[in-house]
Design a protein around this ligand. Structure first.
Ligand SMILES: CC(C)(COP(=O)(O)OP(=O)(O)OC[C@H]1O[C@@H](n2cnc3c(N)ncnc32)[C@H](O)[C@@H]1OP(=O)(O)O)[C@@H](O)C(=O)NCCC(=O)NCCS
Length: 172
């Protein structure tokens, strides 16, 4: 009998393109307990947010979206398609997002995560995010409103203003 060898396709991350929005929207619908509408992905994309997709071959299996304002990054969304979860792809996406925020010179990354989302919570904690507060009734789900944990990742970078203040103090 002839042995058939199926080559394992590798996971890789690339920038999201306009052609990915349908697949990204579909992943969101099946992965998230409180899914974004497709138009929200379009606005992030059009608004110049940092949008990436995780792929296996030609298949988009996950995505991550990061925004940045005044050295503060915000992880807007991250998801892996349910049939591809538990393989380390969410971790790869999060690490890529943290790298991207670092390259953009962010000092912190903020995110919100449902108090009921223990999988995402353990992923964030394992990567150094810490809870800094609770946003009440942040998510609307078919079961009602849910609170969110606000989490922060700190790059411990000094801001331009702090550098300037230190220089001024030194010359006093
Ligand atoms: C959160 C999510 C992106 C993780 O993606 P994933 O590819 O399944 O995760 P990974 O396989 O990379 O696992 C990363 C970590 O997540 C946690 N995790 C994954 N599956 C888990 C499970 N079944 N139970 C508990 N923790 C789990 C673990 O901390 C794991 O790290 P470890 O393998 O070192 O223990 C994915 O579950 C998802 O898309 N969820 C729905 C959308 C969502 O909730 N997004 C977050 C919005 S704030």
């Amino acid at each position: 009998m002839m042995a058939i060898s199926i080559q394992q396709k590798e996971f890789f991350i690339r920038d999201m393109g306009p052609d990915d929005l349908d697949e990204v929207g579909s992943i969101e619908q099946i992965a998230s307990a409180h899914p974004w509408r497709r138009s929200l992905f379009q606005s992030c994309f059009d608004g110049g947010y940092h949008c990436m997709v995780g792929c296996v071959g030609d298949t988009v299996v996950g995505f991550g979206i990061l925004s940045l304002a005044a050295s503060e990054a915000h992880l807007q969304n991250i998801a892996v398609s349910p049939s591809w979860q538990g393989k380390g792809y969410g971790r790869e996406l999060l690490e890529s997002i943290i790298d991207q925020a670092d390259q953009l010179d962010a000092r912190v990354i903020f995110l919100e995560v449902s108090v009921e989302n223990s999988v995402a919570l353990s992923l964030y904690i394992a990567h150094g995010f810490r809870e800094i507060g609770i946003r009440k009734n942040y998510y609307t789900t078919p079961e009602g409103k849910k609170n969110a944990r606000i989490m922060r990742f700190d790059f411990s970078k000094t801001s331009g203003l702090e550098v300037l203040t230190k220089m001024i103090r030194r010359t006093d």
